[in-house]
Write a protein that binds this ligand. Structure first.
Ligand SMILES: NC(=O)c1ccc[n+]([C@@H]2O[C@H](COP(=O)([O-])OP(=O)(O)OC[C@H]3O[C@@H](n4cnc5c(N)ncnc54)[C@H](O)[C@@H]3O)[C@@H](O)[C@H]2O)c1
Length: 264
C-alpha cells in the first residue's frame, strides 16, 4: 500500500479502544485517513485517540454501546457532523462469552448477538446515506475462525461469527448497486485483551494458552497489526475487485483439522 493512500478519507472503526480495532485505527491514521474511533469503553477509547494523535494522526473518539440502537444512531450523527461523511466502515467491536448452552441465559445470548451481529446490521443501515455518497465506500466486518469452525462452550459467540460472515455476503449483494464493497476478515488467535480474557476464563489458563498455540501451524498468536493490515487491504483500492468474500488471517489454524507442534 502506498504511503498515505487514505488521504482525506474518513474511516470509522468500532471497538477501536483496544486490540484489533485500535491497530486498524492506527493503520488508517498512518495512511492519512481521518479516523472516528467508537467504543463503549470511554477511557480506552480516549487513550487510543491520544496515542494516534501523538503519532501525528487525525482522529476523534465517540462513546457508544453498540448493543443499543439509539447509541449507534447518536454516535453516527456526531461522526457525520464532525467529518461530513464516512468512506470506510469497520465493524470490529465484539464480545465473547465463555458459557455453554446450559449456563448461557437468553439475555446473555441476546447481548452477544446484539453486539457482534446486530451492530453490523445497524451500523451499516445508518451509515448508508453517508457511504452512498462516497466514491470509495467499503465495509469490513470482523468474523473469526469461528465463522467456519466451532469452539466448545461459546455457542452465542460462534453463532454470531457465523452470522457475521453470511451477513457480509448478503450486504455485499444488496450494496453492490451503490458500488459499496463488503468483506469479512476472519482472524485466528490474536493477542488482544479479548483473547487473554477467553484464556483466563478457563480452569488452567497456562495450559489453555500452551494448547491453543500448539494448535497453530505458525506456532504463535497473531499481532493485532497483522489483522489490521488485512482490514486496510480490503478497504483500499488494491482490493477494488473484491466483495462478498472473507479473508482468513489465522496463521494456518483452519488449514488443518488436527495439528500439534509436538506430535507424540
Ligand atoms: N483476539 C482474537 O483472537 C480474535 C479472534 C477472532 C476474532 N476476533 C474478533 O476481532 C474483533 C476485535 O477483537 P479483539 O480481540 O481486538 O477484542 P478486544 O476485546 O481487545 O477489543 C474489542 C473492543 O470492542 C469494544 N466493545 C466491546 N463491546 C462493545 C460494545 N457493546 N459497544 C462498543 N464497543 C464495544 C471493547 O470495549 C474493546 O475496546 C472482535 O469482533 C472479535 O470477535 C478476535
Amino acid at each position: 500500500m502506498s504511503e498515505r493512500s487514505f488521504e482525506q478519507r474518513v474511516a470509522l472503526v468500532t471497538g477501536a479502544g483496544s486490540g484489533i480495532g485500535f491497530a486498524a485505527a492506527q493503520r488508517f491514521a498512518e495512511e492519512g485517513a481521518l479516523v472516528a474511533l467508537v467504543d463503549q469503553n470511554a477511557e480506552a477509547g480516549q487513550d487510543a485517540a491520544s496515542a494516534i494523535r501523538a503519532s501525528g494522526g487525525v482522529c476523534e473518539f465517540y462513546h457508544a454501546d453498540l448493543g443499543v440502537e439509539q447509541e449507534i444512531i447518536q454516535a453516527l450523527n456526531k461522526v457525520v457532523n464532525k467529518f461530513g461523511h464516512v468512506d470506510h466502515l469497520v465493524n470490529n467491536a465484539g464480545t465473547v462469552l465463555v458459557k455453554g448452552i446450559e449456563e448461557c441465559s437468553a439475555d446473555e445470548w441476546d447481548r452477544v448477538l446484539n453486539v457482534n451481529l446486530r451492530s453490523i446490521f445497524l451500523m451499516t443501515k445508518y451509515s448508508l446515506p453517508s457511504l452512498r455518497i462516497s466514491l470509495h465506500a467499503t465495509i469490513v466486518n470482523l468474523g473469526s475462525v469461528s465463522s467456519f469452525t466451532a469452539q466448545a462452550d461459546t455457542p452465542a459467540y460462534v453463532a454470531s461469527k457465523g452470522g457475521a460472515l453470511m451477513l457480509s455476503k448478503a450486504l455485499a449483494l444488496d450494496l453492490a448497486r451503490y458500488g459499496i464493497r463488503v468483506n469479512c476478515v476472519c482472524p485466528g488467535i490474536t493477542d488482544t485483551p479479548m483473547f487473554r480474557y477467553h484464556v483466563n476464563a478457563t480452569a488452567d489458563p497456562e495450559h489453555t494458552l500452551r494448547k491453543r498455540i500448539d494448535r497453530v501451524p505458525l506456532a504463535r498468536a497473531l499481532a493485532p497489526r497483522e489483522v489490521a493490515d488485512t482490514i486496510l487491504y480490503l478497504s483500499s483500492e488494491q482490493s477494488s475487485g473484491i466483495t462478498g468474500t472473507s479473508v482468513v488471517v489465522d496463521a494456518g489454524y483452519t488449514a488443518a483439522s488436527e495439528w500439534t507442534r509436538n506430535p507424540d
